[in-house]
Write a protein that binds this ligand. Structure first.
Ligand code: THU
Length: 133
């Protein structure tokens, strides 16, 4: 699976986004080391804090099926009907990403035609980890 294909999978996952409050639709695609792809979208709730982001949906879907080894994560987002040039993972998602995909893990951000690779460390330096407990 190429980086472009993973971005395309994230874009497709956006179609399932449930975002009647923000109208901001996000898709994520998580590639496992074994070559499987778990997708996710943001799922909002009338009690706003119950909303789950696309990245965490994808990660939790994979973890809940026993996957623990990940290769890359792609994220695509934007207002309804458009795709933003760049959709930054929120702070909570960055914390969750570093728990399961630490260090130089590859995170693709941008859109289907133009994107860049970042790392977990780069997106969340000085992370609070299990070593701190
Ligand atoms: N959102 C994500 O799905 N991922 C992020 O990392 C940023 C924010 C969603 C949450 C909410 O449904 C909408 O975007 C607006 O914040």
């Amino acid at each position: 699976m190429t980086d472009s294909e993973l971005m395309a999978a994230a874009q497709r996952a956006r179609k399932h986004s449930y975002a009647p409050y923000s109208h901001f639709r996000v898709g994520a695609a998580l590639l496992t080391k074994s070559g499987k792809v778990y997708t996710g979208c943001n799922i909002e709730n009338a009690a706003f804090s119950a909303t789950v982001c696309a990245e965490r949906t994808a990660i939790f879907k994979a973890m809940s099926e026993g996957e623990h080894e990940f290769e890359a994560l792609a994220v695509v987002g934007g207002r309804e009907g458009e795709t933003a040039d760049f959709c930054a993972p929120c702070g909570v998602c960055r914390q969750v990403i570093t728990e399961f995909c630490p260090g130089d893990f590859k995170i693709l951000l941008g859109n289907e035609t133009k994107f860049k690779a970042y790392t977990s460390d780069g997106l969340l330096p000085f992370t609070f980890t299990k070593q701190d407990l």
